[in-house]
Design a protein around this ligand. Structure first.
Ligand code: PRX
Length: 631
């Protein structure tokens, strides 16, 4: 048996001793009494009784040995700035931020909502919350005010932190007015909003009594030292909202000790990074990849992490490779969409820079098509490792583990089950295990390993109902992905089993988009499906039935309505959810019992056969869809 297969087997058959060993990778203020408490399935508590702190492990623990090593390198091609913070400097900055946050009455268990661009203060704020035992909830800066308000009402934060503006491709994105609007819409607004003033938006106005200016307060708190708040391992570290089948996003709750242990191990076994080396993850702090592998993972492992604010093709398509060469990046983590964007650029950019420091390039977040995988592999000349995971798990589910065994890449596959995950591919019909090359639903036999979500924030019942009820007779965590395993044990992901779509690596529920479209006054009914897109993987496409048909009777009318509806989605959800097109019909294809024939709709939109239509209520609906697609 290979070294990796052996490790995986041990992680399942000898679960507690395996994780007890892994737990030695982090600092425990008080040792744990019990590795795992699984007395209340499917709720798992890891490292019971142990006390630790994410900020301590990410920052303080390294001061004695690597205080002068860069911890965070901020590179912005938007503002042409580059600034490096050593571990000592990061420690100072985090303490100042923690002191400012604590002065607002924020402490253990209190929520802090961050709506921030990719600036160092976002990292300081996350770490500062962790230091204080406060629970951060980072909301991606692309979400609209209404989405942000829904998250405020769910998390009920004491404090929000934002900036005047972000920048994208040289264009200012005004964060502060959006936060003002979100706070106005929220039923449980925070008492204060802390604003990091970057000086990009010269017009923003503080709300008296509510808004606090970070730059001014940081001066008052200069030199502050804030003691670490030790948390019991299972106490929450953060909430991160993600989409599912319903319109209401779920707050994925993460623990403290299990997460730190899982990340620490993954940095070595999977990412094959070494303390003192440099990691460059091209995601955003608003996503799970940013939480785990821009902020916590590399820092817990004593690496230098790169925080990049900018586009992959500006000033030119060589910028990422320039960063790799300039900073001798050893581990890089990006997304298939980014790879497809780069593939369309001049290949000379990839040859221009010395990439010899790079050991592996990891991609995740959406299916990686084989041509792109091959292209990138050849272009970079280093193993390109596709790996698969979810916001819920916080770290990889399927991957190769080059830290343990050299990577044998099979194009199109994210590899093998990661240690700690007892994966089962089950036949949908009868929940029996699928054989080699047979499609099944990818599930995880609980207990979920350390680092995975512990519950849905504020809603234990929803956690169980959502994730553990796919098969009535077996308690199994559903990933909501289809998979297939080949004879060599490589797993391939075949797409979602639910109505979640993946747009440029961003996970969006079609129900959420439908609700956003429905906010437009002239919409009677709408169906949103994901259609294949050569660069973004998928794009939403909306089929709408309007109340007042006269408004879409002419071409000019249709264009105007479409624009209005797209603007409504922008306002409700944000530009990342904007449909590619809105097509107008008077009838949607439904079964006789009124269920939308979503898969048929999607098949038609992708030019495929619509499948079994024996249950359709009115076949005329299909003709309408076909005609609309021709327009
Ligand atoms: O459908 C799978 C897809 O993205 C979903 C998780 O998205 P998110 O919660 O945003 O977390 C991303 C963390 C990397 C999965 O359920 N997905 C993720 N990685 C892959 C993937 N699909 C195919 N191949 C992958 N490597």
């Amino acid at each position: 048996m290979g070294a990796y297969a052996d490790l995986h087997r041990r992680s399942i058959t000898d679960r507690e001793s395996f994780w007890a060993e892994e737990a030695q990778r982090i600092h425990w203020h008080r040792p744990f009494d019990q590795v795992l408490d699984y007395s209340r399935p499917p709720f798992a508590k890891w490292f019971v009784g142990g006390q630790t702190n994410l900020c301590y492990n990410a920052v303080d623990r390294h001061l004695a040995t690597r205080g002068d090593q860069p911890a965070l390198v901020y590179i912005s091609t938007e503002t042409d700035t580059e600034k490096s913070y050593t571990y000592n400097e990061l420690h100072d900055a985090v303490n100042v931020m923690a002191s400012v946050i604590a002065a607002q009455g924020v402490g253990r268990g209190d929520r802090v909502l961050l709506y921030m661009p990719m600036i160092p203060e976002a990292v300081f704020a996350m770490l500062a919350c962790a230091r204080l035992g406060a629970v951060h909830s980072v909301v991606f800066g692309g979400f609209a005010a209404a989405s942000c308000a829904a998250r405020i009402d769910d998390a009920k934060p004491k404090l929000m932190i934002t900036a005047d503006a972000g920048l994208r491709g040289g264009k200012a994105i005004h964060y502060k007015p959006l936060v003002d609007e979100a706070v106005r819409l929220a039923k449980h607004p925070p008492r204060h909003v802390l604003v990091v003033n970057r000086g990009i938006d010269k017009e923003w106005q503080p709300v008296p009594g509510r808004d606090l200016l970070y730059t001014a307060l940081a001066g008052n708190h200069a030199g502050a030292q804030v003691p670490v708040t030790w948390l019991e391992s299972s106490e929450p570290s953060y909430i991160l909202y993600t989409s599912g089948t319903t319109g209401k996003p779920k707050g994925v709750q993460r623990d403290t000790g299990g997460y730190a242990v899982a990340l620490a191990g993954s940095m070595q076994h999977i990412y094959d990074g070494r303390p003192g080396e440099t990691m460059f993850t091209t995601s955003d702090v608003g996503w799970v990849v940013g939480h785990s592998y821009i902020v916590y993972g590399p820092l817990i492992h004593g690496m230098t992490t790169i925080l990049y604010e900018g586009l992959p093709i500006r000033p030119d398509a060589g910028i990422w490779w320039k960063i790799v060469a300039d900073h001798k990046v050893n581990v890089m983590f990006s997304s298939p969409t980014a790879a497809r964007v780069l593939k369309k650029q001049d290949p000379a950019y990839l040859k221009k820079y010395d990439l010899s420091s790079l050991r592996h390039l990891f991609l995740a977040g959406e299916p990686l098509d084989e041509p792109t995988h091959r292209w990138l592999h050849d272009a970079v000349g280093k193993p390109v490792i596709d790996h698969y995971w979810q916001t819920e798990t916080g770290w990889p589910i399927l991957s190769l583990a080059p830290g343990i065994e050299p990577a044998q890449v099979k194009y199109g596959s994210p590899g093998f089950p990661v240690y700690g995950y007892d994966l089962k591919l089950l036949r949908e019909a009868d929940a029996t295990e699928a054989g080699p090359n047979e499609k099944g639903v990818l599930t995880i036999a609980p207990p979920l390993p350390p680092g995975c979500m512990t519950t849905v924030w504020g809603d234990d019942a929803r956690f169980v109902e959502t994730y553990f009820r796919t098969f009535p007779d077996q308690l199994l965590y559903a990933t909501f992905d289809w998979g297939v395993r080949d004879a060599d044990g490589y797993t391939f992901i075949l797409g979602r089993t639910d109505d979640v779509i993946n747009v440029a690596g961003h996970r969006i529920g079609t129900r959420e988009i439908e609700e956003a479209v429905q906010a437009h006054a002239n919409i009677a009914e709408v169906a949103v499906v994901g259609v294949a897109d050569a660069v973004k993987g998928q794009m939403p496409l909306a089929f709408a039935v309007v109340r007042d048909a006269a408004k879409v009777a002419t071409e000019a009318g249709r264009v105007a309505q479409e624009q209005e509806i797209l603007a409504t989605v922008d306002r409700q959800l944000g530009g990342i959810a904007r449909p590619k097109r809105v097509l107008f019909v008077t009838l949607l294809p439904k079964t006789r019992s009124g269920k939308l024939l979503r898969r048929s709709l999607q098949a038609l939109a992708e030019g495929r056969d619509p499948g079994d239509l024996t249950t359709i209520e009115d076949p005329a609906a299909l003709e309408q869809i076909r005609n609309a697609l021709l327009t």
